[in-house]
Design a protein around this ligand. Sequence first.
Ligand SMILES: Cc1cc2nc3c(=O)[nH]c(=O)nc-3n(C[C@H](O)[C@H](O)[C@H](O)COP(=O)(O)O)c2cc1C
Length: 156
Amino acid sequence: MNFTTDIFNQFDKKWALLTAGDEKSFNTMTISWGGLGTLWSRPVATAYVRTSRYTHDFMDANEYFTISFYPEECRQILNVLGAKSGREMDKMKESGLTAKKVGETMTFEEAEVTLVCRKLFMQQLEVENIPDDIIKTFYTGQEPHDMYIGEVVEII
Ligand SMILES: Cc1cc2nc3c(=O)[nH]c(=O)nc-3n(C[C@H](O)[C@H](O)[C@H](O)COP(=O)(O)O)c2cc1C
């Protein structure tokens, strides 16, 4: 897997799971927006989560989260985890994924790569700072995204 040079496709085309919480209580959802970079001289990963998502509650309540990437055989699982909320289904039962503890948070055995992140920053994307064409497409009658930036403390 050519992870280092293919990061745009990695999120946009291959997708990922964003997972927050601990062994006792966690949730996961499919994401295709995100990024990797450097902030405050640290390696960071960024995710964008609409405030309505169940995972949003876990992102707010926990200091650590993971972003994990999967082989193509898992596409259908990522479809399911991106179509229905953990409020309405047992995501572990329906996905068949095997939860795995990493540090203080969770990922899944099936992941090819997991970024373990310590939450450093979150902020709502303010609509007045977004161009009109983007607002029209993504924020007409739809709730905003919150941006979460985490320090990548481990890559598994
Ligand atoms: C391919 C794909 C990409 C997605 N990317 C995002 C994303 O980047 N941010 C987001 O808030 N929701 C995204 N979603 C939607 C959530 O995954 C979906 O609403 C999910 O059911 C939320 O689950 P939850 O309520 O259990 O957190 C995406 C869905 C799919 C299928």
